[in-house]
Design a protein around this ligand. Sequence first.
Ligand code: NDP
Length: 328
Amino acid sequence: MTTPVNVTVTGAAGQIGYALLFRIASGAMLGPDTPVRLRLLEIPQAVRAAEGTAMELDDCAFPLLAGIDIHDEPAAGFAGTNIALLVGARPRGPGMERADLLEANGGIFGPQGKAINDGAADDVRVLVVGNPANTNALIAAAHAPDVPAARFTAMTRLDHNRALSQVSAKAGVPVADIRRLAIWGNHSATQYPDLFHAEVGGSPGGALTADAGWLTEDFIPTVAKRGAAIIDARGASSAASAANAAIDHTRDWVLGTPEGDWTSAGVVSKGEYGVPEGLVCSFPVTSSGGEWQVVEGLEIDDFSRERIDASVAELSAERDAVRELGLV
Ligand code: NDP
């Protein structure tokens, strides 16, 4: 048997953690030949609940699960880790200002970035799920100067998958026959799901964009506000679909994206498409050899440009705010 891959999950006792850990242990993330050792990182008050989850993981008797450790200290939780899924975050409380939220999360993601810098394995790959995900990834990366910035990513795969599902329903085409969708910008209501380069059942996605009413009044807001619609219906935020997207993101990062297709991920901008360098921004990306590459050379029309710019402006404002707070 090959050496187990160490996977650290923060917020392991939360809703997303509960939907995520069992699938990682089953082999859904790294494949049926790769054993995993799980590190559950929690705040002290949630360690007991994490112990309960660990008992259930034991009771599944997953052949690929090489062990489970539970930690409440980032240094121990990230020591030697290969894959870090940063799920736990401080939710926005009643009356909480944006600066308070960013500061509270800076207090979580700064020390986690430092612990990853100091103790994670050389090949560590980090996915931030906890919101505000893009800026939390920026903060973590800023505290890990010895880890290449490209190893810090933010999750927009759930937005991507939501867009696939909406297009499938509209066009009456299975999701497997839809390719080259893209989510641009921030994982927030300003995100821009882009159909202009998509292929839908072998035809250009442009045919769908001709229905301007559907595109602007239905598709874009439905994808961007899907999280709120789920809270409204379910009485709790999306958890299984968020966990599924984290699995998809990490699997594609490690094992590669299919030939001829791309996906979406928040990655550190090198200035592609005019996005300021250093922002963690969602782009269309492919992966090979364990590295994301932004798909370059796409033509961006005025409709898309305006929306990408608006979301990137929000990312820049978040970066300015965390700079002012001394978090990056
Ligand atoms: P969830 O597991 O439901 O969510 C965790 C984070 O994921 C939240 O920030 C949430 O943002 C975010 N998220 C990102 N995308 C989505 C999405 N599409 N749908 C839903 N959520 C999304 O939260 P719980 O409150 O159930 O659990 C959080 C756990 O984290 C708790 O057990 C807590 O103890 C722990 N925690 C651990 C920390 C640590 O390890 N140091 C630090 C802080 C908390 P949003 O709130 O905006 O939906």
